[in-house]
Design a protein around this ligand. Structure first.
Ligand code: PRP
Ligand code: URA
Length: 209
């Protein structure tokens, strides 16, 4: 069974409060989503492997640490996941970036695929899938199925807000994928929006409504 890790760090919680507010405008929303992604990246990469390396400081020889495990990839689910990419790359600039395009059919709430471009060596990388919202879980689960079809084995999901339905679907369909979220909200409304949530993440990041 996958782990669900809720980041209760005060900085993350404070920033989450700002983006939930309907009076927060597009520019501030976009900046804060990126800041939350950066803080979440810091926490979610806690267990990356390190190796010892001998170097010389200007004063003496010493042993320092260097990242040694698999290389990383960040895969945003379009559109809203794009808002989390820069925050991730600020901390892991060597990561490659893949893109998966999915939108939720407003009637069925089922994900519809329209784009997939992944790094050629994606299967060898540790993949962080990013999307601010995990609602029914349809989009995240479909994106992760696509990644597995491309050979990816080490996958983590990072969302800002999760709903119980989305967590349940992910754990049933991808029990090997750990889920990092900043908040676990209460439920979905009749239109499949997370309550209390923050509204439509893509529209709020890109100002399309
Ligand atoms: C939103 C969000 C997720 C999805 C979550 O995307 O960014 O991808 O909905 O819902 P689910 O868990 O029920 O699948 P949306 O389909 O609105 O597309 P957009 O990012 O292009 O606005
Ligand atoms: N997608 C969003 O952008 N917001 C929700 O609350 C649910 C799905």
């Amino acid at each position: 069974m996958s782990k669900v890790i809720v980041f209760d760090h005060p900085l993350i919680q404070h920033k989450l409060g700002i983006i939930r507010d309907k009076n927060t405008g597009t520019n501030e929303f976009r900046v804060i989503v990126s800041e939350i992604a950066k803080l979440m990246c810091y926490e979610a990469t806690r267990d990356l492997k390190l190796e010892d390396v001998e170097i010389e400081t200007p004063i003496a020889k010493t042993t320092v640490k260097r990242l040694s495990g698999k290389k990383l990839a960040v895969v945003p689910i379009l559109r809203a996941g794009l808002g989390m990419v820069d925050g991730m790359l600020d901390l892991i600039p060597a990561a490659k970036v893949g893109h998966i395009g999915l939108y939720r059919d407003p009637e069925t709430l089922k994900p519809v695929e329209y784009y997939c471009k992944l790094p050629a060596d994606c299967a060898e990388r540790e993949v962080f899938v990013v999307d601010p919202m995990l609602a029914t879980g349809g989009s995240a689960s479909a994106a992760i199925t696509m990644l597995k079809q491309h050979g990816c084995k080490n996958i983590r999901l990072m969302c800002i807000i999760g709903a119980p339905d989305g967590i349940k679907k992910m754990q049933e369909e991808h029990p090997d994928v750990d889920i990092f979220i900043a908040a676990l909200d209460d439920h979905l409304n009749e239109n499949g929006y997370i309550v209390p949530g923050l509204g439509d993440a893509g529209d709020r990041i890109f100002g399309t409504k």
